[in-house]
Design a protein around this ligand. Structure first.
Ligand code: AKG
Ligand code: FE2
Length: 371
């Protein structure tokens, strides 16, 4: 918006990129400037999506239409909301997570229990895709038009492009198949998240292990879009390399696309849901807070989620199994509310058993937590 003066923010100063020799996961980088170069170019991108999704469930997109400065502006807006909202207002706009399974509003620090048994040190403010349906702290009000514009572009342009590539990759006849399940006009629980990790205690545990900030999980979403930020603390468990945890590199201006459990079910695990966690960063980045912005997409409320064997010849050829018995398949809203409600609450999440993973029931379906 050239010439127009935007409301002032409290600027968040991000940490400098780490210079330590850490092991990064190799992610495919998709150049979305090619998306409009015709059907052949789109087919090529779809093949790259297929390769990334069947191996990692994570990929990076660049040239997607949102600039690094627009991402920084959103991080600043989130930081400003956290800084300027007084504790009493945060308390009164607390998300009814346990009561209703809804994230809309503030998630205070300490709501989740980590696998170490400790409480999290992360503050979230979650905004409904349709911002009118979200609690509106006073500090957010000046930024509402900007935030809504950011959400709308992310949903209607970037997300829908990714979904058209998914449909092409799965050879589903209707390229808009997934787009129609995420209709902008209908209601769903998709949300924008501002997230601040507070590193108040930058000390290693006695055995030299790094402190866990957010336990290993797959997102409950269909797709999560992570706007890249410079602190090296997000790790993905590499399906390709003996399940090793590896750092996700920062690419300024990029979006990391993270497939969640809904995509895993749609594809009968042909497309992987990325297993990821957040840990304390390398030494040269400690003692800094980490502020970032995310968009989590889930289908419209009434969409029943099960494997798309009828729609996709690729899934039939791959021989995948249906994720749920038809009578057990949840609707999008049922799943989201049930899963949000129990995240970070149970002993399973706090890690009573050791080893790779813990399965927990969510209504008629299950979710898995990872170490
Ligand atoms: O902070 C991050 O980079 C990832 C956060 C995350 O995994 C989540 O909110 O689901
Ligand atoms: Fe996540």
């Amino acid at each position: 918006m050239p010439g127009q003066k935007l409301p002032e923010v409290d600027h968040f100063v991000p940490v400098e990129p780490s210079k330590e020799p850490i092991e990064f996961v190799e992610l495919k980088v998709l150049d979305f400037s090619k998306y409009n170069d015709g059907p052949e170019a789109r087919k090529q991108l779809a093949e790259e999506v297929r390769q990334a999704m069947t191996t990692q469930g994570f990929f990076t997109i660049i040239n997607h239409g949102i600039s690094q400065s627009e991402i920084e502006r959103q991080v600043d807006i989130g930081h400003t909301i956290f800084k300027r909202t007084p504790p009493e207002e945060k308390e009164s706009l607390k998300a009814p997570i346990v009561e209703k399974g809804s994230y809309f509003g503030f998630k205070p620090r300490g709501h989740w229990r980590l696998m170490t048994g400790k409480k999290d040190n992360i503050e979230n403010f979650n905004v409904s895709r349709d911002m009118k349906q979200t609690p509106q702290p006073t500090a957010m009000k000046p930024f509402i038009p900007e935030i809504q514009k950011f959400i709308d572009f992310t949903h209607n342009d970037i997300l829908f492009k990714i979904y058209r590539l998914f449909a092409i990759a799965l050879e589903i006849n209707d390229e808009d198949f997934f787009v129609k399940l995420h209709s902008y006009e209908k209601h769903d629980e998709s949300w924008l998240r501002y997230m601040e990790y507070y590193d108040e205690n930058p000390v290693n545990t006695a055995n030299g292990e790094k402190t866990l900030w957010l336990g290993g999980h797959q997102d409950l979403s269909a797709l999560s879009l992570l706007f890249s930020q410079p602190m090296s603390s997000l790790q993905v468990r590499d399906y390709d390399d003996d399940s090793k945890w590896k750092y996700v590199a920062h690419t300024p201006g990029a979006i990391i696309v993270n497939a969640g459990e809904i995509v895993k079910w749609w594809t009968g695990d042909y497309f992987k849901a990325a297993i990821h966690r957040v840990i304390e960063p390398p030494k040269d980045q400690r003692g800094h807070d980490r502020s970032s912005v995310f968009y989590f997409a889930v289908p419209n409320d009434d969409v029943v989620i099960n494997t798309l064997l009828e729609e996709s010849p690729v899934l039939r050829a791959a021989g995948v199994e249906r994720a749920h018995r038809p009578e057990d398949a949840p609707t999008s809203k049922e799943w989201v509310n049930a899963r949000v409600k129990m995240t970070g609450q149970k002993a399973a999440f706090a890690g009573e058993s050791s080893g790779g993973s813990v399965v927990e029931k969510v209504g008629k379906v299950t979710t898995t937590w990872f170490r």
